[in-house]
Ligand binder design. Structure first.
Ligand SMILES: N[C@@H](CCC(=O)N[C@@H](CS)C(=O)NCC(=O)O)C(=O)O
Length: 242
């Protein structure tokens, strides 16, 4: 391990939370969570932007042991695995390394589209709820197509690495799988797209395999701690009126 980590994760129960939290759990390093309640706009507190996140968004990470302040879930995940969990990535410069970058980039596009599902289907975010069939159709087409790409990749990897269950890159569970899992997990709740109904059987099996890992089960259980009340993570950046 490169150094003694001293990590604080600023987060909320959003689509991207599992991406960074599962990476932290998989590498097995201690970390502290601060609840930045975006529903109550804690992230708009100017101190949050000044001291934690350059974009004013969640998730964000500070590693006091290296002085790094980082935002954007894919960048945070890269940092965690590069620095503390090399078994979840591939040697820089190898073909597998660039394939990993390819899938993380691809999943970013998919995440954006899945996120559109929230804008379309959530009446709180969309006053025109139910009146946007064109956008809805485009979102559904694009999300379904990209989920199919992941399914096809897993089928291809099953042939390339016979005798073991398939992963997205290099025949092993890696950051590419963690990244994609967070988004595939959200496809049902946010975009109302069920991978089983699309017949994406490889993706269904892959999702179940990741969901059964201790890291994923633990992170699933952490989500409720973002609620207010007993057991909640601390909220140190409550919104202040300008
Ligand atoms: N591309 C960013 C997306 C981050 C993002 O959109 N965060 C949302 C919550 S899911 C947020 O902080 N929204 C509040 C805002 O933008 O003010 C990532 O992957 O971390």
């Amino acid at each position: 391990m490169a150094s003694n980590p001293d990590i604080t994760l600023y987060a909320y129960k959003t689509l991207t939370f599992p991406r960074v939290a599962i990476a932290l759990e998989e590498v097995g390093i201690p970390y502290t969570i601060i609840n930045v309640n975006v529903e109550e706009h804690d992230n708009l507190n100017p101190e949050y932007k000044r001291t934690v996140s350059i974009t004013g968004q969640v998730p964000a990470l500070i590693d006091a042991s290296t002085g790094l302040k980082l935002t954007e879930s894919a960048a945070i995940m890269f940092y965690i695995v590069d620095k503390y969990g090399p078994h979840l990535t591939f040697p820089a410069g190898s073909n597998e390394y660039y394939e990993l970058v390819q899938f993380i980039d691809f999943v970013t596009d998919l995440t954006l589209m899945v996120g559109f599902g929230k804008l379309i289907y959530d009446p709180i975010n969309n006053p025109d709820y139910g009146k946007t069939p064109g956008i809805e159709g485009a979102m559904r087409w694009r999300v379904s197509k990209n989920l199919t790409v992941l399914n096809d990749r897993l089928k291809e990897q099953r042939e390339k690495y016979p005798g073991s269950e398939p992963w997205l890159v290099g025949g092993k569970f890696s950051a590419a799988d963690i990244s994609a899992y967070a988004t595939v997990l959200a496809a049902s709740g946010l975009a109302h797209i069920e991978i089983a109904e699309l017949g994406l059987d490889e993706l269904v099996g892959w999702k179940e395999r990741i969901g059964a890992r201790e890291s994923a089960k633990k992170v699933d259980g952490l989500q409720e701690k973002f609620a207010d009340g007993d057991g909640a993570w601390p909220r140190v950046f409550k919104r202040t009126e300008a």
